[in-house]
Design a protein around this ligand. Structure first.
Ligand SMILES: [Zn+2]
Length: 1022
């Protein structure tokens, strides 16, 4: 712990605004200095090594001679650079800045000598295109300076301050804010200079033809003639966002004070609420009537997010969004009676009331069953558009199938062989990013890979060669994993010692306790002591450490998320079994299922409650889902009990006595990590499917409604909280996306949307409510299809929706996976999975999505060919092959009108049309029957619930984003006639490219490298 140094600057900062003194509910490195870890790309403490202390594994490299780690009285151990003409310096991997639009660098430096021109860092492609921080120039004019230049297009410019004192630790910070075109310099936590109007982009510092040739140096200039740094470095960090003044102050303060600040506000919202603007409300709205809602004792009422408005002259108008209070418990409904709550309509003075009638219910609750199911993947094949061109669905699929076909399965087995101390096949290297040697999540990509191979295998019923290639990879994976799993808990040599009981796993040989050291020197490989059935990408220690209370972090006494990794692996194995009938895959999954069951069953309930409530460390993906699936597949009821051992009790049921929580419609989503929790809800639904215990279904249905209305962005994604300050978390309160969401560091984690899609399609199978498939279509077009690069399977982690943001793609070569890169393998190999469903007990056919495809309904001897240019065309034609008597249900999307028409063999059907529901066609179908659909499409807006002027523009299901030339700090403003949105919009529905004045719009799924504005500031036309 460094000694506190009384610096005047700290005292004054305590008086500035923007500070929040509170202990964060969750601790660990992910809220390092109150800044969400997703913004942190890499961190070098230099306390004895060059390792990256973030989760990204971007180890730095020593260059030239003389680098040492020395003792320091302020920071303990630090890095010493010798200086001189060719003294050692440090090279940082270029991914530490990569494709960031804005970025920040901070770190401690102590300069030994007064030699002018020594650099703290330099970043760029050469000495004429770089960004550099020089702590010590000549005199005031050339004192401490931060400067950028990019050849002739951008002459040298940047802020300056007094030169730093030699022999003294100084905290330096540099922030390039592309949206504000500014470059700011910080010394000891205070901003000492800012240059405005810096029209520099990170790209200008890269050589477009050789991006990897760009260098990031610490202690050395890109100019060979400049002197090298003689001095010390400590805790250098790279952030992929423009840190605020308060954030940099806190990094500095926390390093030298024992009073840590753990929550900090980022920059203020770009514009405050626009009271001066008329809201986006239909002309003539006179009021929102009071309503009455009934609920059962103990369950919070389901208050409607949309209430029909009253319009002048009694004309019909659109429903109005109402925000109701969201209590944190269910005390208000503890006993039968009545009470009243008052809602608000953002941007108006309307305050509708809801009278809540609380009834004592005595009738047993019903237990709905899933009455729909999807078709096996091989029975639905995507087709090209009518003009023969590939659809967005097809090109997305083909990028992934091509990428997957080129992978070597042995790379995905690397960490498993390593954990079991087995040799690697010649020339095989570990994957990178989150599957590298020492990354505590290693093996997660392997799980996704198994699922992807299984799905690719099933989906390529149209291509025997591809199908066989995927099958061969899949079988090879299972052979090796089976062999390893069979070694666990059994003697390595005949008669040798072994520990078969999973609850008796001892610490590794020569170790005193359990640790998460996965380095080549430190990893334990004594598989004979691990209990029978154990399989993972690392030894069992992380599971055991979690039981003992270890938190999330990169130290050897910390864990990442052991059950998260395991869920991916088990889901992959079960997918291989279900798709390929590979019995060994099921054996591996069962063996590990029993291992997990025995360990968790031995724990007190309080320990499990604490584990599953702990941030990231307790993230278990959908372990409950996979255990319930195993129960269903194997018929072993014990697995349903194992599934319940994963109940996230506080989230689902409020407390150990199940007093409230989601099951009682209490919003326990607040502030939680989105993708940690969504799969748990999928697991609750799967538990219900197996046990028919109603509270699990209530958890899933209530979560959906609370999430959809209170936390969802227009593209169908969630998270991006600025409070708590973590781009992967839900906001601290519902209905706060404008005020507390849209975090600079990102939002809309792609995994989270993938999991919401999965949850929605499962819920649809229970209650057939079209809202789930309306969501499915919206999130597929506007997030999943929008998440992949133009010519390769590189894909997004977060999808930022701030004005003038840009997507960032990674993993084009499938060799280094974040969570979202793994999930993308799954999305990309099952794009056809929800186009059609069929009844599981009665033979009805559901047409959910308008995507050209061919269905081969083998059970009924029916084929259905869907031909459509949708969404670039407004028609779809369904042609039947075979005959039979069964109903066909067709989705009438929420965004269309009652002019939606159906013609059967040319004759117009009189079936009633209600947008947002399914229409039903029932007859004795004959071979060759043709159902022709006309699907009216038009413009509509989806505003942010707490700032109704900020909205996304849609054409049908397709979100139209504005093309931007560069990053922005203000919302893009467009003028629209609210009574006729299309009036001010020109363009071509056949290409979905439109204009509003100067603003060019195109589908969000067609954005790759350009900047976008997904939300627009809508000015109502006079
Ligand atoms: Zn993810």
């Amino acid at each position: 712990m460094p000694t506190a140094r009384p610096l005047a600057i700290v005292a004054t900062l305590f008086m500035t605004s923007g500070w929040i003194h509170q202990a964060s509910a969750e601790d660990g490195d992910q809220f390092l200095d109150g800044i969400g870890e997703t913004a942190l790309i890499s961190r070098y403490r230099f306390a004895g090594d060059l390792k990256d202390g973030s989760r990204n594994g971007l180890t730095a490299q020593e260059k030239d001679q003389g680098l040492q780690f020395v003792d320091d009285e302020t920071f303990g151990k630090v890095l010493q650079l010798p200086g001189g003409e060719d003294g050692a310096y440090v090279q940082i991997p270029v991914d530490a800045i990569g494709d960031a639009v804005s970025f920040s660098v901070t770190g401690w430096v102590k300069v030994d000598s007064e030699t002018a021109g020594q650099v703290f860092f330099d970043f760029g492609k050469d000495a004429e295109h770089h960004l550099t921080l020089v702590p010590m120039g000549e005199g005031r004019e050339n004192g401490c300076s931060l400067a950028i230049e990019a050849g002739e297009s951008l002459p040298l410019q940047g802020p300056k301050s007094f030169r730093v004192r030699p022999q003294t630790w100084v905290h330096l910070g540099a922030v390039l804010d592309a949206a504000k075109s500014s470059l700011s310099l910080y010394v000891d936590g205070a901003r000492v200079g800012r240059q405005e109007g810096v029209k520099a982009s990170v790209e200008s510092l890269f050589d477009a033809d050789a991006p990897r040739a760009t260098q990031i140096f610490l202690g050395r200039s890109l100019d060979d003639a400049a002197p090298r740094l003689a001095g010390q470095l400590f805790d250098v960090r790279f952030y992929r966002s423009a840190l605020s003044d308060s954030q940099i102050s806190v990094i500095h303060h926390n390093a030298i004070s024992d009073e840590k600040i753990t929550a900090v506000e980022g920059d203020g919202r770009m514009e405050s609420y626009r009271e001066d603007r008329p809201r986006l409300l239909q002309e003539g709205l006179e009021g929102v009537p009071d309503i009455t809602v009934t609920t059962a004792v103990g369950t919070l009422p389901h208050l409607p997010a949309w209430v029909p408005g009253t319009y002048a002259g009694g004309v019909e108008g659109p429903a109005v969004r109402v925000i109701w209070p969201s209590p944190v418990d269910n005390e208000a409904v503890a006993k039968a009676g009545k009470y009243t709550v008052t809602g608000k309509v953002p941007g108006t003075d309307f305050a509708p009331k809801a009278e809540v009638v609380i009834e004592m219910t005595t009738t047993p609750e019903d237990q709905p069953k899933a009455t729909l199911q999807p078709f096996p993947l091989g029975q639905v094949v995507l087709s090209p558009a009518p003009d023969g061109s590939p659809t967005p669905f097809m090109s997305h699929r083909d990028k992934f199938l091509r990428g997957l076909a080129a992978t070597d399965p042995d790379r995905f087995l690397y960490v498993f062989r390593d954990a079991f101390g087995q040799p690697q096949p010649a020339g095989i290297e570990a994957l990178g990013v989150w599957d590298s040697q020492t990354t505590r999540l290693r093996g997660h990509a392997t799980g996704h890979y198994l699922t992807a191979l299984a799905q690719a295998c099933a989906s390529t019923s149209y291509d025997a060669e591809l199908h066989a290639a995927f099958a061969a990879k899949m079988d090879h994976m299972i052979e090796v994993l089976y062999e390893l799993s069979q070694m666990s808990g059994k003697p390595a040599t005949a008669g040798g010692a072994a520990v078969s009981d999973p609850t008796q796993v001892p610490p590794g040989p020569g170790k005193e306790g359990f640790d998460s050291d996965l380095s080549e020197e430190g990893i334990r490989t004594d598989y004979w002591n691990w209990g029978t059935g154990f399989i993972s990408g690392y030894p069992p220690d992380q599971f055991i450490m979690l039981e003992h209370g270890a938190n999330y972090g990169t130290g050897n006494d910390q864990v990442w998320a052991p059950y998260y990794t395991l869920h991916k692996i088990l889901a992959g194995l079960v997918d291989v079994y279900e798709v390929g009938g590979n019995a060994k895959a099921l054996e591996i999954a069962k063996g590990m299922g029993h291992w997990v069951d025995q360990r968790l069953r031995a724990l007190p309930q309080e320990t499990r409650i604490k584990m599953w409530n702990s941030y990231i460390a307790g993230e278990y993906g959908g372990m409950n889902e996979i255990m319930a699936r195993l129960g269903r597949i194997t018929g072993e009821p014990r697995f349903f009990e194992t599934a319940k051992l994963f109940d996230n009790t506080r989230f689902f049921f409020g407390d150990a006595e199940h007093h409230h929580g989601l099951a009682k419609n209490v919003d326990t989503i607040r502030g939680r990590h989105a993708n940690q929790h969504i799969p748990q809800v999928i697991g609750a639904l799967e538990t219900y499917r197996g046990t028919h215990e109603r509270p699990y279904l209530d958890v899933a249905e209530n979560f959906w409604d609370l999430c959809e209305h209170g936390y969802m962005y227009s593209i169908g994604g969630v998270a991006g909280a600025r409070n708590p300050n973590n781009a992967e978390c839900f906001t601290a309160e519902p209905n706060q996306l404008f005020h507390e969401g849209l975090s600079e560091g990102g939002q809309n984690e792609t995994c989270a949307t993938y999991n919401l899609l999965k949850l929605g399609r499962e819920l649809f199978q229970f209650d057939r409510d079209a809202k789930y498939m309306d969501y499915y279509e919206r999130a597929m077009y506007n997030h999943i299809l929008a998440s992949v690069d133009e010519d390769n399977p590189g894909n997004t982690y977060h999808v930022p929706l701030n004005p003038g943001a840009r997507k960032s793609f990674s993993n084009a070569h499938m060799d280094g996976f974040t969570c979202c890169n793994g999930t993308a393998l799954e999305s990309g190999t099952k794009l056809q999975d929800s186009i059609y469903f069929h009844g599981s007990e009665t033979p009805g056919l559901y047409v959910n999505l308008f995507v050209p495809s061919k269905l081969d309904w083998k059970d009924q001897g029916i084929t259905l060919t869907q031909e459509t240019g949708f969404p670039f065309a407004k028609t779809s034609t369904l042609t039947l092959g075979g005959s039979g008597e069964f109903p066909i249900f067709i989705r009438v999307p929420e965004w269309t009108t009652d002019a939606f028409t159906v013609r059967i063999n040319g004759e117009k059907s009189s079936v009633p049309i209600h947008p947002g529901s399914y229409l039903k066609l029932e007859r004795s179908w004959q071979d060759g029957d043709v159902i022709a659909l006309e699907i009216p499409m038009g413009f509509h807006l989806r505003p942010l619930m707490d700032q109704p002027n900020i909205a996304s523009l849609f054409y049908g299901p397709v979100l139209l984003a504005a093309e931007e030339a560069e990053a922005r700090s203000t919302w893009r403003s467009v003028t629209l006639d609210l009574d006729d949105l299309g009036k001010n919009i020109s363009g071509d529905p056949a290409s979905l490219h439109f204009q509003i004045g100067e603003t060019q719009l195109k589908p969000f799924f067609e954005f790759y490298n350009g900047f976008h504005s997904v939300y627009l500031d809508i000015v109502p036309a006079p």
